[in-house]
Each structure stands twice: as C-alpha cells, then as structure tokens.
Design a protein around this ligand. Structure first.
Ligand code: GDP
Ligand code: MG
Length: 757
C-alpha cells in the first residue's frame, strides 16, 4: 500500500480529483474552505493499491490557519510516498507559490495542472514539457472534472514514489540563501528530517519552527540584526515570499501562453457579472430576490402569479388528473406539481393497505398501527421529499456556479459591522442543508469566539429536516384560513431565521463573545455552469440520507408515539377516540402551560397538547414534528374530518380544525421549532465542537431562550399589534444597558464569576 496526498490551493479541484480517483462522493463546493478535515480513499489502478488523502486547501505552508497546520503536519509527519500538488492552471502563478514550498520537503512531488478544459476554452495554452524542465518535477495536464489525464497522472506519481527525493528550493539566488544553508547544516547535525524545509521556515522565523528549534532560531535572530534588504528591511518572511514570486514570474510564467485579447474582452464575462451581482447597494436585494425566486419555484401554487390574470373559474378540473398541475388560483410551481404527484401515490398506497387489512380481518389496533401510526407518520414526511430535493437542487446550483461565494463577499461588508467575517457565512449557508457538517465547517474560523457565536446561530438557518414543518404549516394556513401564499410564508420564515441569526450575533458579539474580526481574504472563484454530475451527486446524497432517516429514526419514533398515544397509564389499549386519556396526552398536558405565551399552550382545546408533543419529538429529529401530526391525525380526524388523505398538509389542517389555533400561533410554532434546540445529531456535534461543558450548557440555554423570545414576540404582536410597543421598550432598555455596560458606565456584577484573564 502506498500513500499519496493531494495538496493544493482552495478551490483548485482537489476534492473533485479525489472523488474521481476513489469513486467517493465527498462534497465539492465552488468556494474555498469546503474540505476542512483530511479524508481518505483508495485508488486501485496502480500496480498496488494507493491510499489517497484529500487535504484541506491552503495557500501556503505557514501556520496561520487551522487548514495550513493540518496540511503541513500531514506532509511533514505522516511522510506520504508522494505528494500530488494540484495546481489550478487558470491561475498558474498564484498556485505555484504553494508549489515552491512543497518542493522544499524531502518527498516525491508530482504536479497536476488541473482545469485544463477551462484553459483550453479560454483559448490559452500551457507548455507542460517546458514547465516540467524548469521546475524539475513531473507535470501532468488533467481535468479532474472531465476525468481526463487522471490515469497518466497516477502513472507518473507511482513512478515517482518508487525513488526518494531531496527537497529543492527556488531561493538559490536570493540574499538569504547562505543563512538558509547554515540553518540546514545545523538542523542536519541534529538529525532533523526535511532539513531544507525547516531551514527555510526557520529563516522566515515561522512560529511553529522557532518553538521547536529555539537554538537555531537564535542564530537567525543574531543574523537578522546585521542584515537589511533594500525593500523589506529585515522582514525575512517578506523577503522570502518576494523571492518566490519573482522566481515564479521570471521562470515559470512563460509556460502559459495567453490568447491575445482585444481590450474589450479584457473584462471577462465573470467580471461583468460581478459588477452587478456584488454591487454595493444592489447585491443584497438581488440575493433576496434570487432566494425568493427559488422558493416561488418550489412552493408556489400560483406560479408566476398568473392566477390573477386568468378568467374566473377557468379551472374546472376538480377530480381530474390535471388537478395536481393546476391549483385553485392558477398554475402550480414545479415543486408543488411533484408534491401533489407523490402525495397522490402515497394516499393510494395507504388506502390499498387499509382496505387489504380490513378485508383480511385484521384487528382494529393493528390496522391503526400500520395505516395511521406507521404509514401516516412516514408518508407525512416522505411527501415533502420532492420539494426538499428541488430546493437543494437550486441551492447546489447557486453554490456550484460560484454565486454563493459572492454572497459571502457581499455579506462580509455587513457582517463585519456586527463582529463576524464573511467567512462565517459559509458554514451558515451549509446550515441550510444540515447543521452537522455546517458546525464542523466552522473550524475554518480563526477566532474562537467568532466560531462559538457561529455555531450557536447555525441552527437558525433552517435545515432540510425543518422544511416539512414550514411547508406543511404554511400549506395548512393557506388551506384553512385562505391567507397568504405558501411560497411567501416559507420564504418569510427562512428570512426570519436569518434575521434572528444576525440579531443574535450582534448581541453575542457585544456581550459574552466579544472579539476581533479577522480580516476576510477570499478569492472569488470564477463562475461556471454547474456540473450536472455534481448536482446529481448532491441530490442523491440528500435523498439517500432523508429516506434512510425516515425508515430508521423517524419510523421508530412514530411507532413509539403511536403506542404511547394508544395506551393509558394503566396499560389499557385505547381506541382512537380516547387518546386524550393516553400516556402521551398526559405528558403533553403537563408541559402545555409552558407554551401558552407562544399561542400553542393551554389556550388550545383539548387537542392542544399535540403541538407540544410534536415540538418535543422534534428534538430527536426535526422531521418528527410533522410525522407526529401524521401519526396522530387519524385519531383527531375521528372527530373533525377535514380530508380523506392524512399526508403532510392534511394532517395540519386537521390539527387546525381540532384546536382552533390561530395564524400567529401557527407562525410562532414554526419559529419556535426553527430556532429552538436542534435535533439530537446537531446537539451532539455542537457539544463536540464547543469543547467546554460550560459553553455547551450555555448554548443549550441560549437556544431555548431565543426560541421562546422569538415565538412569544410573534404570537403576541401577531395577536395584539399594540404589544409591539412593549417589546420595543424592552429591547430599547436591553440595548441601552449593553451599550452603557460596554462603555464602562455600568458594571454588571455576575455572581461567582472569576476574572477571565
Ligand atoms: P477543492 O476546494 O480544491 O477541493 O476544489 P473542489 O474539488 O471542491 O472544486 C472546486 C470547483 O472547481 C468545483 O466547482 C469544481 O466543479 C471545479 N472543478 C474542479 N475540477 C475542475 C476541472 O478540471 N475543470 C473545471 N472547469 N472545473 C473544475
Ligand atoms: Mg475540497
């Protein structure tokens, strides 16, 4: 077994190459910083199996970011048999900067010139043979995306790994080379591996290096006193960086022959698009508009708002096959059409199963368990799969095209004022998919306090599992009260989640989590047409995950819910009509009063506990909220028949009819579920990422408080608009206190608090 490492700049295509080498489906994103941790897989077409490690993307091997440290330690300590240095050929000079550092390590290196398809499309040419001669390392042209040149690359890498290699440096002609050589000899005397690499880093007075070789560092410090360069004085790090860039531009750059461009086309279409999309003022409205368009395409029942323009009563399609395509007011959006299709299929299955069981003479409780408990719960959730996938398809397109990286860039300007860098936005956007990877991704944030604040607000970016809550309840509101549009409500809730995140960050960063905002340096990836393969991979992963979860955690939860809702405390089986005497109802009724300020507590009728119970089951997995409605809907329908089918939206409609819950309370219910303690998996991840117990405990309290405050505000203001003045006054007081405290005019003494430093 040989070990090869993939190293290169962020966004140079490492993960794409990794996936095509190992056949895995790691996340590829068109923005820097997607791969935070290293990842391994096996390539089988060499004479022996080769283990491939995908390292996080880095611009250099200095110790400034966690990624740089991970990659550097791997290359130096794990001693791979070969390093494949991926170079984005459309950005040759900048990428080769890292190459000049990697080649100083005593390890075989092969350079993969990636994105050759893009280079050729631009009409540029690269002379790989010439580059190979100048660098003295094998250079292979590839396109990771089109899977071209990959076997050739692996062949050369395998050849290279069979013999050893000593590090070489491009700093030979520079003013510091004598010092580097002296350091190298000193290190070799101490039997240090990779002496050239360490010597150069020592001369740069790199923190990690100085700490591990204090003796030799002293020698450099002594020399520094006697030395001065014309431009950089005695800043050795700068002198060395300059030396690398100069060498690259005078020796390597010639290999790239650019197509002659007329003045006009100097501005690439990417630049032109950026002029609009990252505009100072219009950038954010455009983002919000794009987001709305996505929600409209996914959830609208009045696609393109043409309903109003249509003559009254033009759709008389009730009961026909076309009913699913044409909604009441106009034409359904693609998302809704898919939803209706699946919903119809599932209702048919439920019906068939229930008929079969009835004619087979199954016991009442068995039919209830299978049809209402299991199928009701599962189908309530599964029916949302098409819309979830469609939404993710759009998000993937935004991400893969390179637009999301722009959004991070636009938001940086605003976030910075609130104490977050735009970098923190990437994990937040990942939170739209799932909080778990998003929280892990916060490792790219250098400032610990910023990282903690980000982890706390990630759950407010509504994840895929929360989507059914939004959709089902929005659908229920539209059906039962006839107000608003489903797409507007879901969109509004997403924006509300983001707004809550922003407000929370402001509060956190001005109270318990103060800290510097690190500068945000990110190059914007060039726009490209999203790759079909990539998109399908994302969707497939999402669908697999969702379905797997439905048939494991959610299935188990619905069965449990069904049982404890059909047995009393004395373990007697209860028929549907009597579930108000069940164990589940007992628990729900006990905690119900706590939710009264949010409108779904004691003021609801005798069925009100179902909302409370649903929210609690959401702590296991957020899909459970709607699955619980689905499971219990049949019992409730026993009194309040709203519709035959029990899937998704219908079960919410039943709940609304049974409890007489109001619109503000329903919105508060969504908001509560969106911002409260996330699912079990996300909580476990937060615990691991936050480190200390105290942080974790405070985070849980924080989530509870935020959801309670947001839910209460929505319900109270929604029900009695004048309460807005009370909230405004309270908030003004809170803000004044914080400002006064921060100015030192007010000292708040907290009990038992030790001094931080
Ligand atoms: P990483 O950050 O280095 O892991 O890069 P990724 O593998 O995530 O890829 C970054 C972006 O570059 C993605 O949008 C890929 O689709 C794109 N990409 C990767 N390889 C190629 C290639 O050979 N040609 C082109 N045109 N795009 C590529
Ligand atoms: Mg990657």
């Amino acid at each position: 077994m040989k070990y090869f490492a993939l190293a290169g700049n962020p966004n140079s295509g490492k993960t794409t190459l990794f996936n095509s080498l190992t056949g895995s489906t790691a996340h590829v994103g068109n923005w820097p910083g997607v791969t935070v941790d290293k990842r391994e897989g096996v390539y089988k077409k060499c004479p022996e199996p080769v283990s491939i490690v995908d390292l996080p993307g880095i611009y250099s091997l200095s110790p400034y970011t966690p990624e740089e440290v991970i990659s550097r330690n791997y290359l130096l300590d794990e001693k791979p048999d070969c390093v494949i240095n991926i170079v984005d050929a459309t950005n040759l000079e900048r990428n080769l900067y890292l190459t000049t550092q990697i080649m100083e390590i005593d390890v075989p290196v092969v350079i993969a010139l990636n994105m050759m398809d893009a280079v050729e499309k631009n009409g540029d040419k690269i002379n790989a043979e010439e580059l190979e001669k100048k660098i003295g390392l094998p250079v292979v042209k590839i396109s990771a995306l089109k899977e071209k040149g990959i076997d050739e690359l692996m062949k050369r890498a395998y050849q290279a790994c069979l013999s050893s290699r000593k590090g070489t440096t491009v700093l030979e002609g520079g003013s510091l080379i004598h010092l580097i050589r002296d350091c190298k000899i000193a290190l070799e005397g101490q039997k240090v591996d990779n002496s050239l690499f360490h010597a150069v880093k020592l001369v740069e007075l790199d923190e990690l290096e100085v700490a591990s070789h204090p003796e030799s560092a002293k020698m450099v410090e002594e020399f520094k006193k006697t030395f001065s360069d014309d431009t950089f004085g005695s800043d050795f790090e700068a002198i060395i960086a300059d030396g690398r860039y100069k060498y690259i531009s005078s020796n390597y750059s010639g290999a790239l022959v650019k197509k002659k461009r007329t003045d006009k086309s100097n501005l690439t279409s990417s630049d032109k698009a950026d002029k609009v999309l990252t505009h100072k003022i219009w950038g954010i409205p455009i983002f919000l508009l794009i987001l709305f368009a996505i929600f409209h395409l996914t959830f609208s029942e009045n696609f393109l708002f043409i309903g109003a323009a249509l003559p009254e009563g033009w759709v008389a399609l009730e009961g026909t096959a076309a009913e699913g395509i044409f909604g009441d007011g106009g034409i359904n959006s693609p998302g809704v059409i898919l939803f209706n299709l699946l919903d119809w299929a599932m209702s048919s299955i439920s019906e068939a199963v229930s008929n079969a069981m009835a004619s087979g003479g199954a016991a009442e409780w068995a039919t209830g368990l299978v049809c209402d408990g299991i199928l009701g719960g599962l189908f309530a959730i599964l029916s949302f799969l098409p819309q979830i996938l469609l939404l993710f398809l759009f998000f993937s397109i935004l991400e893969d095209s390179g637009y999301m990286a722009r959004v991070a860039f636009i938001l940086d300007r605003i976030f910075r004022k609130f104490g977050l860098s735009g970098r923190a936005f990437m994990p937040m956007i990942m939170g739209f998919g799932c909080s778990v990877p998003a929280m892990i991704n916060t490792r790219t944030l250098a400032d610990e306090k910023e990282r903690m604040a980000t982890i706390r607000v990630i759950p407010f970016f509504s994840c895929g599992a929360k989507l059914p809550i939004l959709t089902a309840i929005a659908g229920g509101i539209v059906m039962q009260f006839g107000v608003g549009n489903a797409d507007l409500i879901t969109y509004g809730m997403y924006v509300l989640g983001m707004a809550t995140a922003v407000v929370s960050v402001i509060l956190l960063r001005s109270t318990t989590m103060k800290g510097e905002v690190p500068p945000f340096i990110m190059e914007l990836p060039s726009y490209h047409v999203p790759q079909f393969k990539n998109l399908m991979r994302h969707l497939w992963d999402k669908a697999k995950h969702f379905v797997r979860k439905a048939f494991t955690i959610i299935l188990a939860s619905t069965i449990l819910i069904w049982f404890i809702s059909h047995f009393s405390w004395s373990w007697n089986y209860l028929p549907d009509e009597e579930i108000n005497a069940s164990i589940l109802a007992g628990i729900g009724q006990l905690v119900q009063p706590l939710f009264t300020p949010m409108g779904f507590g004691s003021q609801l009728g005798s069925w009100g506990w179902v909302f409370v119970v649903a929210a609690i089951t959401g702590l296991i997995a957020k899909e459970n909220v709607i699955a619980t409605f689905g499971t219990l809907a049949a019992c409730i329908t026993a009194g309040f028949v709203a519709d035959e089918g029990l899937e998704g939206i219908d079960s919410v409609v039943n709940m609304i009819a049974a409890t007489q819950i109001t619109v503000p309370a329903l919105i508060a219910f969504i908001a509560f579920n969106m911002t409260t303690i996330p699912c079990f998996a996300a909580v476990a991840t937060a615990k691991a990422e936050l480190g200390s117990k105290k942080n974790f405990r405070n985070t849980i309290i924080f989530w509870l408080c935020v959801s309670y405050v947001v839910g209460t505000m929505i319900y109270l203001i929604g029900s009695w608009w004048w309460t807005v003045f009370i909230f405004a006054a309270v908030w003004a007081a809170v803000i004044t206190l914080i400002v006064l405290h921060n100015k030192g005019k007010l000292s708040i003494k907290l009990p038992r608090r030790r001094k931080a430093d």
